[in-house]
Design a protein around this ligand. Structure first.
Ligand SMILES: Nc1ncnc2c1ncn2[C@@H]1O[C@H](COP(=O)(O)OP(=O)(O)O)[C@@H](O)[C@H]1O
Ligand SMILES: [Mg+2]
Length: 321
């Protein structure tokens, strides 16, 4: 059953240089309990999508067009108050760099208790404490650490605490924005598998956002590859990783091929910065300038979607398979 249905979503930011389109006509849907990865280099629009789903775009950001349906409800039509009631209880987000935003002078357990209290004012204090303990158990932090301060936690534990906070209102969808970027490789894998395990155990849908294709390869059912504000390839994990058809996806994946041709999911990545959103000419392929296969038409014509299978498609004239 479809939980989230995003259609033709376009988001722009007002800037002193005029409006900048950060997310350009994207569509995708997510079934209940399923996980999806959004991958692409810095600046391609990933966080903007996540924030729009929570109704938390910055003040200068605005939805220019499209539709976000969650459980059949039009999120863009909700009032601020309705959205507040919705946020965290239905959709919650692990923000980029959230673990560094834990309050350093408040005990971690108290911060999680506060999150529960704010959204569930009807709960008694003993019940809130019980829920904090349950959440610690869920994310595998020993209960003895509930009264510690953030500086007493390792990076991995801080990130687990942030995950616990995001789960505190039992959401149907959790969005994890670069959940492992600040962690070392071994801890990255542990955290990813922890989120995936919890998500599957509780039947929560998940969107993993990362610049690192290895991260989404490891944990997601479906993958959306983004470039310059657009989804340029979309498919099931095996389709995108085993048979990518967009030249940009192939380029991203080539950094993960080892000598035996096996994906090295933990390879170091260079986080390229995407600078195309404001410069791209309308009606051209945003990747044409960098694409080894581009011809004159690519630079003058907007590509359409090419369907490779009922679940796999690419926005490219040259997509080959
Ligand atoms: N508050 C803002 N004001 C203006 N431009 C912004 C703002 N936030 C993001 N952008 C621009 O929108 C684009 C997408 O940003 P973002 O969604 O943060 O990308 P990502 O998460 O993929 O790195 C970038 O070009 C970025 O510079
Ligand atoms: Mg981001």
């Amino acid at each position: 059953m479809t939980l989230l249905d995003v259609q033709n979503l376009t988001i722009a930011y007002h800037t002193t240089g005029g409006p900048v389109v950060a997310v350009d006509d994207i569509s995708f849907s997510l079934e209940k309990g399923r996980s999806m990865g959004i991958v692409g280099e810095s600046g391609c629009g990933k966080t903007t999508i996540g924030m729009s789903l929570l109704g938390l775009l910055p003040e200068n950001g605005y939805v220019r067009g499209g539709q976000i349906l969650f459980d059949g409800k039009d999120l863009l039509g909700l009032s601020r108050k309705e959205l507040q009631a919705f946020r965290w209880k239905k959709i919650s987000m692990i923000f980029q760099a959230a673990m560094n935003a834990l309050n350093p002078v408040q005990r971690v357990g108290d911060q999680i208790a506060e999150a529960i209290r704010i959204h569930n004012p009807e709960l008694s204090e003993p019940r809130i404490r019980e829920q904090v303990a349950e959440l610690y158990d869920l994310v595998d932090i020993p209960g003895t650490r509930i009264h510690d301060y953030p500086h007493q936690y390792s990076g991995g534990m801080k990130q687990r605490a942030v995950i616990a906070m995001a789960l505190s209102c039992h959401p149907d969808l959790i969005i994890a924005d670069e959940p492992t970027t600040a962690l070392d490789v071994i801890v990255q894998a542990q955290i990813l598998h922890k989120i995936k395990e919890i998500q599957e155990r509780l039947g929560i849908a998940a969107i993993f956002i990362s610049h690192d294709i290895g991260v989404v390869a490891e944990v997601c059912h479906d993958i959306a590859v983004m470039y310059a504000g657009k989804i340029i390839e979309y498919g099931q994990r095996e389709e995108v990783f085993v048979s990518p058809v967009h030249p940009y996806t192939s380029m991203l994946l080539s950094s993960y091929l080892t000598i035996d041709g096996v994906f090295d999911l933990h390879a170091e990545t260079v986080d390229h910065v995407c600078t195309f959103s404001s410069e791209r000419l309308p009606g051209t392929c945003g990747y044409a300038d960098s694409c080894p296969y581009a011809d004159d038409l690519c630079a003058s014509e907007q590509p359409g979607w090419r369907e490779i299978s009922p679940t796999h498609k690419a926005l490219c004239r040259k997509a080959c398979w």
